[in-house]
Design a protein around this ligand. Structure first.
Ligand code: ADP
Ligand code: ADP
Length: 228
């Protein structure tokens, strides 16, 4: 089964029938298939359309054209089921405010209707200790660790990680890769989006390269290395 299946997906921002402007075409006729159980890299420079693709997978954005299936569910019709079974580490800003890291993890567990032990999740990402501080005091690297703990809640079947190693030092990035492999060994499919080849290369089985909204290559890491 395919964990992710995009067919002919196009996304235009700001397209309006009332204006002459066609807006920005962030995705153009994208076909993509990620198999169950893969660690799949989604590589492309900033602005390529990676975050837009993730937003479409989760039904945060409606595509202009095309069809989307995630974990065997049609999007948008069954996107509630998709979100229940998917853990997401979003790009950009982490949680802000006075709530503690622990409270955010507890909230993520509750939102999934899961019964994970918050200490176990916090321990796995190396955040036992700072977990009682408000997230406003966290560094970027600590925020990424906390976001990973939140994404792991409820043993998701699919992990979607958008630039997950941002702000992590090499050691932190290695620890994150270990967790990704553990989750994959448990049975989760992993979709790893990044603009850094080395990050994708270090953990993924296969990779798609996205450039200006179009898929230019889909291949195994070994084949890509041979071609380079
Ligand atoms: P990536 O995640 O690969 O950096 P994005 O999906 O964020 O790429 O962006 C793809 C393109 O769509 C870029 O040209 C970006 O400027 C544009 N874009 C993204 N979000 C919006 C938006 N809300 N409105 C208009 N253009 C957008
Ligand atoms: P990324 O490229 O990693 O997604 P960005 O910094 O490009 O991050 O985008 C941050 C936010 O701004 C996103 O929510 C994106 O949708 C929005 N955005 C990006 N480009 C544009 C744009 N040209 N017009 C409006 N919103 C945009």
């Amino acid at each position: 089964m395919a964990a992710i299946e995009l067919r002919g997906v196009t996304k235009r921002y700001g397209a309006s029938g009332l204006r002459k402007s066609n807006g920005v075409t962030a995705l153009r006729d994208v076909d993509l298939r990620v198999e169950d159980g893969e660690i799949f890299g989604f590589l492309g420079p900033n602005g390529a359309g990676k975050s837009t693709t993730i937003d479409v997978l989760l039904d945060y954005l409606a595509p202009t054209a095309g069809s989307v299936r995630v974990l065997g569910h049609d999007v948008p019709e069954e996107s509630v089921r998709v979100r229940e079974r998917t853990g997401v580490l979003p790009d950009g800003h982490g949680p802000i405010g006075e709530r503690t890291g622990r409270e955010h993890v507890e909230f993520a567990i509750e939102a999934k209707g899961a019964d994970d032990d918050p200490d176990e999740l916090l321990g796995r990402v190396g955040m036992l200790g700072p977990e009682e501080y408000p997230v406003a005091q966290y560094s970027k690297g600590m925020t990424q660790r906390l976001l990973l703990a939140m994404a792991l809640a409820g043993e998701p079947d699919l992990l979607i990680l958008d630039e997950p190693t941002t702000g992590l030092d090499p050691n932190g990035a290695r620890e994150m890769r270990e967790i990704i492999r553990e989750e994959n060994a448990r049975g989760a499919t992993v979709f790893f989006s990044s603009h850094i080849l080395e990050q994708v290369e270090a953990v993924c089985d296969r990779v798609a390269i996205l450039d200006r909204g179009e898929i230019v290559t889909v291949d195994s890491i070994e084949n890509l290395r041979e071609r380079a």
